[in-house]
Ligand binder design. Structure first.
Ligand SMILES: [Zn+2]
Length: 236
């Protein structure tokens, strides 16, 4: 009877182990984990995109400042040369020379004005990009944090259940003979699912295959009794 008690406890142990397996599987396959991974990747992508947009904005800013300064200098120069021309008192040749120079200076000013406008446009685009990416990044970061919280909460609950099962497992192991635990452990390593089954009449409770009367008789003489089909340890 002693031995049977040990086998019954082994059956309990397997049930607890299967419950632990299920909890561990649940822990590692929460749907939020996949969502968290994509949210994390999206946050990384948006962070890099925002950095690029900020760099473009800085470039447009400094380009704008430089072009603006050039514009100021050249416009002033053009105006002062034009004033000299208007003041008169120049020989026809000098006046003609100065007229060409003023023309050239205004052409240059006009080109710089185009550059300034381009920088203004680039600045506006980059500013809009930075604003949009900042908002997207904030929202995605929020989603990611919420997912992280949900995962932590669910893990906490699962871990609590696991701790209870582990305690029951430890108590259960103490009830079972060492040599049975060894067989059980090696079976668990090579087989999934129920490695201990109850013999129901002539049917194995693990693989559900039938054993002949002779096979049952022979099996019952083994210690521990094991199914000839799936090698599960059979109880009862
Ligand atoms: Zn079997």
């Amino acid at each position: 009877m002693e031995e049977l008690k040990s086998l019954e406890d082994l059956l309990d142990l397997m049930d607890i182990d299967l419950q632990i397996d299920k909890l561990l599987d649940q822990r590692s396959s929460l749907p939020e984990l996949t969502e968290y991974k994509s949210a994390h990747e999206e946050v990384e992508r948006l962070t890099a995109a925002k950095r690029d947009a900020q760099r473009s904005l800085e470039e447009a800013d400094s380009g704008f400042d430089k072009a603006n300064l050039d514009l100021e200098i050249d416009a002033e120069k053009a105006a002062s040369e034009q004033n000299r021309l208007y003041a008169g008192g120049l020989s026809a040749r000098d006046a003609d020379y100065l007229r060409r120079e003023v023309e050239m200076l205004y052409k240059k000013v006009s080109l710089i004005e185009d550059r300034v406008l381009e920088y203004i446009e680039a600045k506006e685009l980059a500013e809009a990009d930075v604003d949009r990416l900042t908002a997207e990044l904030a929202s995605e970061t929020d989603d990611k944090e919420q997912l992280g919280e949900s995962i932590t909460n669910q893990w906490r609950l699962i871990d609590k259940q696991l701790a209870v099962k582990e305690e029951r497992k430890a108590a259960s192991i103490d009830m079972v003979d060492g040599y049975l635990i060894e067989i059980y452990d090696s079976l668990r390593e090579s087989h999934e699912g129920r490695v201990v089954g109850r013999l129901a009449g002539d049917t194995c409770g693990s693989c559900h295959l039938k054993l002949s009367a002779a096979e049952v008789g022979k099996m019952k003489k083994d210690d521990p009794p094991r199914c000839i089909h799936c090698r599960a340890i059979l109880v009862g």
